[in-house]
Design a protein around this ligand. Structure first.
Ligand SMILES: Cc1ncc(COP(=O)(O)O)c(C=O)c1O
Length: 318
């Protein structure tokens, strides 16, 4: 699927996989996963959904360059670099952390995300953390315009109205039978799209990958529906924080289900969901669909950190 066609397809359904032996307490619960991670290795999961209409608009407006923002391990940076290359755009990544630009060769040797983005010809523009915080301010934006002239801007994490529209397409005719839809939450765009695409009988559960109570407000910017709830108990200490229990869960889940989870988003969601199933959150005969939003490229970065600490690694052959 890895060509321009998949970025331009009118409607792309990812498969649903029923999970085995996740039915605790004889409640006859059904747990399945929507394998958005199978859409494409590089522009995987929710990234494809978020970029699709943005790339179409950039093309209609005849921009030649995409510019976006992210940290050094960002799934969104990797996906934008790849999607831009596939669709024939130049790409610029404004990267948090000036120090990373001092010895670029060393940074690229050590960081798989940035190495991949560089390989896709993304121009990496490193800025200080202080400047990065100012990225939505007029002065910073003008400095970008002066430096790079014309570009189509995609926000950090890729969330905007068009991204939310793309994420409504995660749900399709095959997902209508499910009572609950679960997804991980970072900036809130993916869950907002899923909420917008949901049916009245469905409830959407969001598992934030980070601490903070700003997410509800963010999600409400994109949807006025109320059939959703955030489950704030499974962030494992914050964004990109992991512990051995989570790593063991991800490795066991892979053995049992043959599905690779990532430690930042989908691993935390599945840990939480299975914990809630065990603890009686769902009533008998409930059908639950968890959305696999991809993000597997982030495993290398977390594994590098775990290796330095001498901790157990995530089993990953990607
Ligand atoms: C793999 C993965 N899943 C889920 C999310 C959360 O998506 P959102 O930022 O739209 O809430 C992200 C971040 O964008 C992600 O990379």
């Amino acid at each position: 699927m890895n060509d321009l066609c998949f970025l331009k397809s009118d409607f792309l359904n990812s498969p649903i996989q029923k999970l085995s032996e996740t039915n605790p307490n004889s409640l006859l619960l059904e747990l399945s996963m929507k394998r958005e991670d199978l859409i494409s290795g590089e522009v995987s999961g929710n990234k494809y959904r978020k970029l699709k209409y943005n790339l179409a608009k950039a093309e209609t407006e005849q921009h030649k360059t995409l510019l976006t923002y992210g940290g050094a391990f960002s799934n969104h940076i990797a996906a934008t670099a790849s999607a831009g290359q596939i669709a024939g755009f130049k790409t610029i990544g404004v990267i948090r952390g000036e120090e990373l630009g001092v010895d670029l060769e060393k940074t690229l040797r050590q960081n798989a995300t940035l190495r991949f983005a560089d390989k896709c010809n993304m121009y990496l523009y490193f800025v200080s953390r202080a400047n990065y915080k100012e990225k939505n301010k007029k002065a910073f934006r003008e400095s970008l315009k002066n430096k790079f002239q014309d570009f189509y801007e995609i926000p950090e994490g890729g969330t905007n109205d068009l991204a939310v529209r793309g994420c409504t397409e995660i749900l399709d005719e095959n997902t209508a039978v499910y009572d609950y839809i679960a997804c991980p939450v970072g900036t809130g765009g993916t869950i907002a799209g899923i909420i917008e695409g949901s049916l009245p009988h469905q409830k959407i559960l969001g598992f934030p990958a980070l601490k903070g109570d700003f997410l509800e407000t963010e999600i409400k910017r994109y949807t006025s529906k109320t059939n959703w709830q955030l489950i704030p108990d499974y962030h494992f200490g914050g964004y990109a924080k992991v512990n051995q229990e989570l790593i063991s869960f991800i490795n066991l889940f892979k053995k049992q289900q043959s599905i690779q989870l990532d430690p930042i988003y989908t691993g935390k969601m599945m840990y939480g969901l299975i914990d809630m199933m065990r603890n009686g959150f769902f009533s008998k005969n409930t059908r639950i669909l968890a959305v696999h939003t991809g993000g597997l490229q982030g495993i290398a970065g977390i594994n590098a950190r775990l290796k330095k600490q001498g901790s157990k690694l995530i089993d990953y052959d990607g």
